[in-house]
Design a protein around this ligand. Structure first.
Ligand code: NAD
Ligand code: UDP
Ligand code: UDP
Length: 336
């Protein structure tokens, strides 16, 4: 009596899109503002499979709703201060609150996120041989004594101030990145991000562009923190995402400044928002917070030379794009 074996049934998984992906990418903090725009861009490439881990402290599932259920996408509620076991080729490590009101809310947690979170992601990168990109910040320059800031500047940072959990935290994160690179040969990339704005910023985020736009849309006074002559440089989020991907795909470890060198005082920003969004609102002066850097502007020579990158969207063109999103979320249509 001969029994014939049935032919092997192909695994239903084998044909799934899942296995056609040839780059598996982890984005920590992917439910946040920059992270969700990065995920959108990465998902456009059919060869990418994207895993997001986020604890939803400042991010939201809503930012990723168009990808939930997509076969090349996975969303995991996870805190990066805990061990993470996944198999990936690249790690974009963004997890960390970026707005001063949120990172000051629980400063010890902010330090843990920056230090233990980055250590864990480096341990993961080491175990699986992944390349890892850290989103550091212009805050590593502190209240800078050179202007504009290039990457060779070591910064002027208060180690015991209320912003230190964030700026010193990111400085340690950068140190860890370089120590894992030197000691364990991990492939690292460090972006020093300057102020970034665009759709999906938290309405109550507390940062200046989102505050002014929300205030202008609601018809409330624009709150310029004294003296108003302090400067920042604002990069539109699509330019930022483009810079981060170029850095990850390129051959340079960095650190590389990614930001828009257009420099504005907070008063100029308020006047621009008023002119473009609501000429009827008042501009008022309010008290500032401690250790507010007086000026900030990136030197992006390195990004231009090494990544062939420079921002394309001017502030006056980016603000209206953000206005549309804020009007929709605040339920305040345009007047005309
Ligand atoms: P965001 O607050 O919108 O996003 C951060 C995300 O990280 C959120 O989704 C949050 O829930 C998540 N997160 C925070 N702590 C976490 C933890 N312990 N475990 C898991 N997830 C955690 O901020 P963003 O503006 O998108 O910033 C992203 C990154 O870019 C941050 O690392 C930030 O430091 C850096 N950066 C941003 C700016 C800027 O202007 N937006 C400037 C410099 C640097
Ligand atoms: N880690 C992780 N995922 C991994 C590998 C490591 O989260 O896949 C964490 C691990 O919990 C450890 C950290 O990364 O706390 C540093 O790992 P590494 O192997 O460099 O150091 P060690 O475990 O030897 O202290
Ligand atoms: N700022 C302001 N009005 C606000 C919020 C912020 O004038 O409603 C100022 C703040 O004093 C700082 C600048 O805007 O000089 C940028 O602050 P933000 O918190 O956006 O980012 P930072 O670059 O300080 O991290």
């Amino acid at each position: 009596h001969v029994t014939t074996k049935p032919p092997p049934t192909p695994s239903p998984l084998r044909n799934a899109k899942f296995f056609q992906a040839n780059m598996r990418i982890l984005v920590t903090g992917g439910a946040g503002f920059i992270g969700s725009h990065l995920v959108d861009r990465l998902m456009e490439n059919e060869k990418n499979e994207v895993i997001v881990v986020d604890n939803y402290f400042t991010g939201s599932k809503d930012n990723l709703k168009k990808w939930i259920g997509h076969p090349r996408f996975e969303l995991i509620r996870h805190d990066v201060t805990e061990t993470l076991l996944v198999e990936v080729d690249q790690i974009y490590h963004l997890a960390c609150p970026a707005s001063p009101i949120f990172y000051k809310y629980n400063p010890v947690k902010t330090i843990k996120t920056n230090v233990i979170g980055t250590l864990n992601m480096l341990g993961l990168a080491k175990r699986v041989g992944a390349r890892i990109l850290l989103t550091s910040t212009s805050e590593v320059y502190g209240d800078p004594l050179v202007h504009p800031q290039d990457e060779s500047y070591w910064g002027n940072v208060n180690p015991i101030g209320v912003r230190s959990c964030y700026d010193e935290g990111k400085r340690v994160a950068e140190t860890l990145m370089f120590d894992y690179h030197r000691q364990h040969g991990i492939e690292i990339r460090i972006a020093r991000i300057f102020n970034t704005y665009g759709p999906r910023m938290n309405i109550d985020d507390g940062r200046v562009v989102s505050n002014f736009i929300a205030q202008a849309v609601r018809g409330e006074p624009l709150t310029v923190q004294a003296p108003g002559t302090q400067t920042r440089s604002f990069c539109y989020v699509s330019d930022m995402v483009d810079g981060l991907i170029r850095l990850m795909e390129g051959e340079n470890t960095g650190p590389i400044n990614i930001g828009n060198p257009g420099e504005f005082t907070m008063l100029e920003l308020a006047e621009t928002v008023k002119e473009l969004i609501n000429p009827d609102v008042e501009i008022i002066s309010v008290e500032n917070t401690p250790d507010d850097p007086r000026q900030r502007k990136p030197d992006i020579t390195k990004a231009k030379e090494l990544l062939g990158w420079e921002p394309k969207i001017k502030l006056r063109d980016g603000l209206p794009l953000m206005e549309d999103d804020f009007r929709t979320r605040l339920g305040v249509p345009r007047k005309n």
